[in-house]
Ligand binder design. Structure first.
Ligand SMILES: Cc1cc2nc3c(=O)[nH]c(=O)nc-3n(C[C@H](O)[C@H](O)[C@H](O)COP(=O)(O)O)c2cc1C
Length: 225
């Protein structure tokens, strides 16, 4: 049981890009990453929740790329994310650690991710996630639009689940340098009002550092590749 679940919601692709960077960090630490997303919520939920194809298997040797903007740092992502398959609650049972990502919405996590978390009462009751390491990441439109409140609020349900919260330490040099996203509470990106900002080198390094750190802690707790 050596996989780290990278579970996210993304509407226009920024959090999805961060998720792939986090997954790379997990693999740099020698564990596998399972990338999963959650469906949008809509008044008629069934129509919003059509299935997605199975993910490429990390076991096949494929490394997670950083997504469609590789080589185009100025790409705009104002299109619906076509990201990872939707998570099942079984993914929570399987994982050795969890990294949770959401866009910031009104200073908080987005409803689709909260909706998924609210469906995990059975896992809370049975202690499925107790003692497993967890980290969080987000993307905002603006610099002071609530990255840290979102990251902190995302930790709350993880603490209720008994998870061990892992942040990003200041021994990561990029945390001192970054002029945008990235914080000791987790990885982040400032997308800009139109979503046009590319994920900066420091933000990329910090997203990978978060994935590495969750994986390293999971390994110390007994997870094996
Ligand atoms: C309903 C809604 C609320 C938002 N609230 C905030 C906010 O409070 N602060 C902020 O900086 N950006 C806010 N944004 C912008 C998103 O956080 C930003 O575009 C983010 O990069 C989207 O991530 P995604 O590309 O993964 O969907 C909001 C966007 C929407 C649609």
């Amino acid at each position: 049981m050596g996989e780290i679940l990278v579970l996210y919601y993304s509407r226009t692709g920024k959090v999805a890009q961060l998720a792939r960077l986090v997954a790379r960090g997990v693999e740099e630490a020698g564990l596998s990453a399972r990338l999963r997303s959650v469906p949008p919520v809509a008044p008629i939920e069934e129509s919003a929740a059509a299935g997605r194809a199975e993910a490429p298997s990390p076991a096949s040797g494929r490394r997670w790329s950083e997504g469609p903007d590789e080589g185009n740092r100025n790409a705009s992502f104002l299109v619906p994310d076509q990201g990872a398959p939707y998570a099942t609650r079984g993914d929570l049972h399987d994982c050795a650690g969890l990294v949770l990502g959401s866009p910031t919405r009104f200073g908080n996590m987005a409803a689709p991710l909260k909706h998924f978390i609210d469906s995990t009462a059975a896992e809370w009751a049975s202690g499925t996630l107790v003692g497993k390491p967890a980290g969080v990441f987000t993307s905002t439109g603006t610099m002071h639009g609530g990255q840290e409140t979102t990251l902190l609020s995302m930790m709350l349900p993880l603490l209720h689940h008994g998870m061990l919260i892992v942040g990003v330490p200041y021994t990561e040099a990029a945390l001192h340098r970054t002029a945008g996203g990235g914080s000791p509470y987790g990885a982040s990106h400032v997308a800009g009002a139109g979503g046009d900002n590319a994920i900066s080198e420091d933000q990329r390094m910090l997203a990978r550092a978060l994935g590495r750190r969750v994986a390293e802690v999971a390994a110390r707790l007994g997870a094996r590749a």
